[in-house]
Design a protein around this ligand. Structure first.
Ligand SMILES: Nc1ncnc2c1ncn2[C@@H]1O[C@H](COP(=O)(O)OP(=O)(O)OP(=O)(O)O)[C@@H](O)[C@H]1O
Ligand SMILES: [Mg+2]
Length: 354
């Protein structure tokens, strides 16, 4: 059950018999669904009515059978301003958006590419961990809400986040960084996520702004593949400090990356540089490097677009294996060549974006 369905159910519950000229949905100031546990903040000014409203709410929600537990908190304050997305005056009839930074977060960095499966999530996770090793305070947000993989990479699949007294989501802490993913909130791993338009925007902005991130030097966002709704929603609503484009040195990948690069440029997001993943293979016996997909293609591509190659990561069977085990390579094999490349990339990123 999505939050939208819950709100629809609450709309049907009139409170007129309690002397409140509103339905239940109209009183909801904030709502969060984590697994089958729902946390709601309800605005009721008169304390004597709070328990009656709580009863109504719990009955209405538990009736659906989709929610196991309902936590109700009351407020008499108006909803916080940050939940509104009022567009600013738009020139020439174009929609304008208010780009917001996340309080306490110094730099927000996107990790994206046009193509699927090139290693965005692997790069996001290991870059975040490398920045943390350099001494920075780091958060990692899995913005791939359709196919979240960060919980697997961090070995926290099946865990659920909690919501604090202020109804803010508390990210999971693992390997010294703060991690949040839709995978840590869905009722089950098989729940399909089919958000579009306003719902998607609501979910994504909640992931950014309704979270107890605390003070962070870097918040890394692992994007889904492509140049679709998620990228656009973030670009329009969030103040992004830089984007990292991940590619493999294959023509098919580079063609898609070209699109992603153009998109970031169009929406005025500065591109920090390109990470070339699966660049070469080091033969374990001879230590010789084999450029399986060809050498130099990424450099040519980057030069054409005026971009910098931040680093080249080898094809490393340990990367895939450790990822599946929830033990990222920079943590499990910190002295490997792959981990060293990640550290070097993190240093460049920290120099470029600060
Ligand atoms: N350098 C590498 N060496 C070996 N395997 C790698 C490397 N980088 C990524 N992989 C593996 O390739 C697969 C895809 O990587 P990953 O999930 O990071 O890509 P993605 O771009 O995030 O994919 P998606 O588009 O589905 O989100 C994973 O199994 C991962 O472990
Ligand atoms: Mg991914």
């Amino acid at each position: 059950m999505a939050v939208k369905d819950i709100m629809d159910a609450l709309k049907a519950e009139s409170l007129e018999d309690l002397g409140i000229q509103a339905n239940l949905a109209q009183l909801v100031k904030d709502i969060k669904l984590v697994g089958k546990e729902l946390s709601v903040v309800v605005g009721v000014d008169r304390p004597e009515l709070q328990s009656a409203v709580r009863d109504r709410l719990q009955k209405a929600l538990l009736k659906s059978g989709e929610v196991d537990k309902v936590n109700v908190k009351f407020t008499t304050a108006p909803p916080p301003k940050e939940h509104t997305h009022a567009p600013q005056q738009a020139p020439m009839g174009q929609p304008a958006f208010t780009k917001r930074g996340v309080p306490g977060v110094r730099n927000i960095i996107l990790v994206g590419s046009g193509k699927g499966g090139v290693g965005k999530s692997t790069v996001s996770a290991n870059l975040a961990l490398s920045l943390a090793k350099l001494g920075f305070k780091v958060g990692l947000l899995d913005a791939d809400i359709y196919g979240p993989s960060i919980p697997t990479l961090f070995g926290i699949k099946g865990e659920r986040v909690e919501v604090n007294e202020q109804n803010k989501i508390i990210p999971k802490e693992k390997f010294g960084i703060k991690v949040l993913s839709i995978g840590l909130m869905l009722p089950s791993e098989d729940t399909p996520v089919i958000w579009r338009g306003p719902m998607l925007m609501k979910a994504l902005t909640q992931f950014m702004f309704d979270v107890e991130w605390g003070e962070l030097d870097y918040l890394i966002l692992d994007l889904p593949p492509g140049t679709g709704d998620v990228q656009l929603t973030l670009a329009q609503n969030v103040k992004i400090d830089g984007a990292i484009v991940v590619t493999t040195p294959q023509d098919v990948a580079l063609a898609d990356v070209r699109k992603a690069t153009s998109m970031f440029k169009e929406v005025d997001i500065p591109i920090v540089g390109v990470v070339e993943n699966m660049a070469y293979f080091v033969c374990p016996e001879s230590q010789k490097k084999y450029y399986i997909f060809g050498k130099g293609k990424t450099a040519v591509f980057a030069t054409t677009y005026g971009l910098r190659v931040l680093g080249s990561i080898p094809i490393d069977p340990e990367v895939a294996e450790k990822s599946d085990e929830g033990d990222p390579i920079v943590v499990s094999e910190p002295d490997s060549e792959t981990a060293r490349v990640f550290t070097a990339i993190a240093k460049v990123v920290a120099e470029e974006v600060h």
